[in-house]
Design a protein. Structure first.
Length: 441
């Protein structure tokens, strides 16, 4: 058993050369796993499982996602002045009871602070009160409070010894979400507060939606001689639409995809698609190769009834050649400078339907003043209060009428018209709109 005070906090890990592509892929995979875990745990709270079973599953998932050696949940029993400890050890959860003392768990329960190993060395008060963790040598740890009704602290959750370095701010954010889930599980069991459960679940979905938004570009890239406008809106907190940009030497690519289904299941498939693309995009020789690899991986990792419409485009901004592959996506519109609107080729099957498919790549040119409109069917399928579809005809009309405008103004005109058309009705599907325009010479 090693006390924290016996460790050297200034020991630095060995530095290793980092592959940026592998790091990006691992980061995408980790976000995908976090999102999937949150969905699973949120559904778990609505299950008929007993509280002990729910706590055990939550601790196991938390331990795996945060790559910790062990995870411990402390719950306060005020009446008996005890801490009930649920400790994950060797894949099993052991329940122990201990009298209240002067350990770090009690300190967190008194103060409501988030504590890390660095805090233990920097704060003499915490260092004096810190508890030893059985026979586990403590290299790093993170502990956050668990709050019940009206913010009252009812326990805390601790992860110990991250295998891949120190716990960081992202781990803290994730563990705080887990703490909220734990609090909700306890409250559901003890109080059966259905209304409060719904509000808390909604909060967790917002958190999951925030993780999903990290998959989307924070802003459109700056491309020589081109302007880009992007818009995305999920029909609920979570959606199945996805878009992204990929810069290359002398060119840039983008993708717009629409995963089958809606809500959480579609969002999980979208996370899968994001990971696939970032794994293959920088290592493939052509757009066609990228789409074929993504299709094979998507087919292998999804159920037989799941698929995604997929549009891959690439513009050489020196020669202004435009190559694209359309895998079952709603055909984009090419708006010529003089106002003519051309519908691009519809393309082949959506990805994920068959393992091997020969996707067709088409090439055309982008002239000065031309604009490209790439969109999901959530825009054309939007319904009015009279249950009429916005439709492709209306979008074509808008493109002809306002196609001369810069992308941001054209996008605003389309979305404003869509909003007036839908009125107070809800959007039944996700909305994605990308507009790319080559600046006039």
């Amino acid at each position: 058993m090693v006390a924290l005070s016996s460790l050297n906090p200034f020991t630095l890990p060995e530095t290793k050369e980092i592959d940026p592509v592998s790091t990006k892929f691992r980061y995408s995979q980790n976000l995908s796993r976090q999102l999937a875990t949150l969905f699973g745990l949120t559904r778990l709270l609505n299950s008929p499982r007993r509280l002990e079973q729910q706590l055990s599953l939550i601790l196991k998932e938390t331990n795996q996602i945060l790559d910790a050696e062990t995870t411990v949940l402390y719950l306060l029993n005020e009446k008996q002045r005890e801490l009930w400890q649920y400790r994950l050890n060797g894949g099993e959860v052991r329940q122990l009871q201990q009298p209240l003392g002067q350990g770090i768990a009690e300190y967190v329960l008194r103060t409501g602070k988030v504590i890390t190993l660095a805090d233990a060395y920097q704060d003499p008060q915490i260092r004096r009160e810190i508890a030893r963790l059985d026979s586990t040598p403590v290299q790093s740890f993170l502990i956050v409070p668990v709050a019940g009704k009206c913010g009252k602290l009812i326990g805390c959750i601790q992860v110990v010894n991250k295998r891949s370095g120190a716990f960081d701010s992202k781990d803290t954010q994730y563990l705080m979400i887990i703490a909220d889930l734990l609090a909700l599980a306890i409250r559901n069991t003890l109080a059966a507060a259905q209304a409060e459960e719904g509000r808390r679940l909604e909060s967790e979905m917002r958190q999951a939606a925030e993780i999903q938004r990290r998959f989307l570009p924070a802003q459109a890239p700056k491309v020589p001689q081109y302007e880009i406008f992007t818009f995305y809106q999920a029909s609920k907190y979570l959606g199945g639409d996805y878009y992204d940009f990929f810069p290359f030497a002398n060119s840039f690519s983008w993708v717009v995809a629409d995963v089958s289904g809606k809500g959480a299941p579609a969002a999980l498939l979208g996370a899968n698609l994001h990971a696939c693309l970032h794994a293959f995009a920088e290592r493939a020789d052509s757009g066609k190769e990228i789409v074929q690899k993504v299709n094979r991986q998507f087919h292998a990792c999804t159920a037989s009834d799941k698929y995604a419409t997929f549009f891959w485009g690439n513009i050489d901004y020196q020669q202004h050649r435009f190559k694209y592959i359309n895998a079952g996506h709603t055909p984009p519109l090419l708006v010529k400078r003089e106002g003519a609107v051309q519908r691009l080729k519809p393309g082949g099957l959506p990805i994920g339907i068959v393992e091997a498919f020969e996707f067709e790549e088409t090439e055309t040119s982008i002239e000065p003043g031309d604009s490209l409109l790439i969109f999901s069917d959530g825009i054309t399928d939007a319904l009015s209060p009279e249950n009429e579809r916005f439709g492709k005809r209306c979008l074509h009309k808008m493109a002809r009428q306002y196609g001369h405008l810069p992308p941001a103004e054209l996008g605003k005109a389309i979305l404003d018209q869509l909003g007036r058309f839908v009125g107070a009705s809800d959007y039944p599907d996700d909305l994605t709109l990308l507009i790319l325009r080559r600046n006039a010479a």
